[in-house]
Design a protein around this ligand. Sequence first.
Ligand SMILES: NC(=O)c1ccc[n+]([C@@H]2O[C@H](COP(=O)([O-])OP(=O)(O)OC[C@H]3O[C@@H](n4cnc5c(N)ncnc54)[C@H](OP(=O)(O)O)[C@@H]3O)[C@@H](O)[C@H]2O)c1
Length: 450
Amino acid sequence: MKRIIIQFGGTGDLALKKLYPAYEHLMDLGFEFTVLALGRRFKDRAEFLKTMVSPKASQEFKSHLQYMHYDMADPEAIGPLRSHIQAIIGEAEQAELIYYMALQPSLYEEAIHQIQEVDSLISCQCILDKKIVVEKPFGFDLESSLRYNEILLQAFSDKEIYRIDHYLGKEFMQNLLILRFHNDIIRSIWDNRSIESIQIIFDETHGVDQRLGFYEQIGVVRDTIQNHIMQIITYLTMNEPATLSPEDIAIEKVKVLRSIAPVSEFHTGRYESLGANSGRIVHTPTYAALKLAVNTYYFADVPIYIRTGKMQEKAKSLIYIKFRNTTGKVMHDETIVENGVIITIHPELTIDISMNLKEPNTSWKSKPVRFRFNQAETFGANTPEAYEQIIKKILQGDKSLFPTMREITEAWRIVAPMLEPEHPMEVYPVRTLPRFANELAQENGFTWFD
Ligand SMILES: NC(=O)c1ccc[n+]([C@@H]2O[C@H](COP(=O)([O-])OP(=O)(O)OC[C@H]3O[C@@H](n4cnc5c(N)ncnc54)[C@H](OP(=O)(O)O)[C@@H]3O)[C@@H](O)[C@H]2O)c1
């Protein structure tokens, strides 16, 4: 079978850093496909290869990587694109076209129309299958996501549409489900009788000035909260699915999202120098902190505190599950600290369980200690990259790592109030936490797990 990935945004940051390395590795593993990269910035394939592909890349990969100068604004461009795809299909008896949209959301609608047109023009005597892959965020808001979906459904069935949230390809996400549903000791303590609160912290050191044109239309809510953070919350709080099939997992995830109450505590800020290189002030939120609640039988009254954003002093991604400290109260002993589960994603993937155990040479005195699982130490450093897992699933036609449209629309509903333009925006100096993050902690009587 001839399989062709038609890469819209084939000259972009995502393609360079994530997709091409993943394609190369998958080809090394024996997957067979051709990539047709589309973009405007290089006039020909030689120029494209020089910038977009490492000189160390394998010959096998390079020989399956083609480039075509393609400007979506040019109404004449569709004809040559059709001919190029047709030429790659050649005399194949069976072919599969995978249209991959790695573009900024404002271009999706036009891209979908062009894909529909190209697709309708392609003809062959062969068995021809197709798929379409859409990068996150799927849409710009609730209304546009529904509109894009409607247009997509005119040319593709839902089964053929892969909506990406690459966090679902990350090992820690899949491990969350295994941790929760393959361990009886965890299952029996994972609810509001034992858990007091949850923190999700995603701090990044880099800014967005390199990708300002893209980011200024997006902001932190569309970039991370609507997708990655909502997916993490579903994995942390959903009930056990009937099986680990994509359909059964999706049913439970939707229940969580539908039970999330309107968010009342939400704050945003932007770092001081945002847009400085462009010589203008850019009012796009680069940091947010919020509190939300999952109003299900098992998680009602467990506050979930989230903070995420750019230009912080330290890169840190972690989830902290804090357990109730009944023992400390009963024993009237403040040195007994709460138990906790700490899932660290960055700088390395670890899961810690914090317990109190006896300190030697003391009389019944305990000290918090951690039991640690370290992914790299236990399984070696060969955990596949998220994008590799995601693309492998697309090639295999397995939708287990992709959010459904229902999940996406529920997530847009939840974040809609956060996208209102009238939110006050704090301007924070680079490498500092915005004041509102600490105020959120003070007002709610908790301390960030720093
Ligand atoms: N970058 C990441 O690490 C990352 C991670 C996860 C998800 N994503 C998602 O991936 C998508 C793309 O992000 P990105 O960072 O790769 O953006 P980017 O670096 O700004 O790339 C945008 C791409 O769109 C192409 N493009 C823009 N206008 C075009 C036109 N009129 N005709 C043809 N091509 C056009 C650009 O091609 P030319 O400039 O050559 O014209 C370029 O290849 C977004 O949805 C983003 O949310 C990105």
